[in-house]
Design a protein around this ligand. Structure first.
Ligand code: TLP
Length: 348
């Protein structure tokens, strides 16, 4: 069967142009700083994000973890949104690798209120850990691909500066945020000291993410990347696809956002499926299926039988993600199939 794969934008395949660029890439040993293609990718990323330096990493998870390690010391505390990727899907890495503990804040559509952040910052007290980092996620995955409003980002950053605390942005999908806001990524990145963004999601590169920040931050982060086995030698073959991802792919993300809206509007009309349409801003849709009287796993299995792949989103939610491999006609086909499965008999 030819599946319509709406599990994640991580399933995107490299374009022909990326494959050609990878084949022809000029490479060297990146641990010696001698891979011209990696250097080109890093320089391009730093410039695009308005930062001094950049570092190519194996994955978004590796990039986030290295940033936490670089900003903190063991025994510190970091502030995170309670459903953020770093706390939910990174295998407890902040505890194991950085030795830090998490102070979680409930956000609204993924955005933490700066007054809640202020209240969570620790006092200079002999009993308390030091608050050494604030992490924001933009777009916010589990909140439904929501974009953090610019005034909240700015207020968070200014608050952090008052307390001399760095801000890290998990910008795995920052280009989706920039597309939604219709601004360049450097406008968003200015409210963070470090940003991690992924090349291998909506931008279609096969492997890799990038961390951007100051020169001294990146120099320190490079040692942690090496420690974690991320010294990749002739990684220019991967960076070559990343350069095309950065330069060519952001301009088409609007298509994914339009497809997500079309899908969400159709899903909303199916009795028992609830979507907060205000959260449908980019390429992710989180649906509440509590009223369908079935688990997220049962729901996904029913769709799978009809040739549609999706992922659970935790509890009674399921997630649909649009991307380069999904055309408008796939959305129409998927909606027809889903409508045919769920009729009124499932609703409580
Ligand atoms: N997210 C994946 C899964 O891990 C859940 C997905 O399918 O959405 N930050 C954010 C906000 C992410 O959504 C992800 C990946 C990462 C970091 C980690 O990136 P990778 O998968 O490259 O380690």
């Amino acid at each position: 069967m030819n599946y319509i794969d709406l599990r994640s934008d991580t399933v995107t395949l490299p374009t022909q142009e990326m494959r050609d660029a990878m084949y022809n890439a000029e490479v060297g040993d990146d641990v010696y700083g001698e891979d011209p293609t990696v250097n080109h990718l890093e320089e391009t990323a730093a410039e695009m994000f308005g930062k001094e330096a950049a570092m190519f990493v194996t994955s978004g998870t590796q990039g986030n973890q290295i940033c936490v390690m670089t900003h903190t010391n063991p025994g510190d505390e970091i502030i995170l949104e309670e459903k953020s990727h770093i706390i939910t899907y990174e295998v407890g890495g902040i505890g194991r690798l950085s030795g830090v503990q998490a102070k979680l804040i409930r956000g609204t559509k993924g955005a933490m209120d700066p007054s809640d952040i202020k209240a969570a910052i620790r006092n200079d007290d002999i009993h308390q850990p030091k608050t050494s980092l604030i992490c924001v996620e933009n777009t916010h995955n589990r909140a439904g691909g929501t974009v953090i409003p610019m005034d909240i980002l700015q207020n968070t950053y200014e608050l952090a500066k008052n307390y001399d605390i760095p801000v890290h942005m998990d910008g795995a999908r920052i280009f989706n945020a920039a597309t939604y806001l219709n601004i360049p990524v450097n406008q968003i990145a200015r409210y963070a000291d470090s940003v991690m963004f992924c090349l291998s999601k909506g931008l279609c590169a096969p492997v890799g993410s990038v961390v951007v920040g100051t020169k001294s931050f990146i120099a320190k982060a490079r040692k942690f990347r090496k420690m974690l086995g991320g010294g990749m030698r002739q990684s220019g073959f991967l960076a070559a696809a990343g350069i095309i991802a950065l330069e060519k792919m952001p301009s088409r993300l609007n298509e994914d956002h339009e497809n997500a809206r079309l899908l969400a509007e159709g899903l909303c009309n199916i009795p028992g499926i609830k979507i907060d349409m205000e959260t449908v801003q980019t390429n992710i849709i989180v649906c509440d299926i509590a009223n369908l009287n079935m688990s997220a796993d049962e729901f996904s299995s029913k769709l799978y039988e009809k040739g549609i792949k999706i992922n659970g989103g935790g509890g009674t939610t399921v997630r649909f993600v649009t991307h380069y491999g999904i055309a408008r006609s796939d959305i129409e086909t998927a909606l027809e199939s889903i409508k045919s499965i769920f009729d009124k008999k499932h609703i409580s």
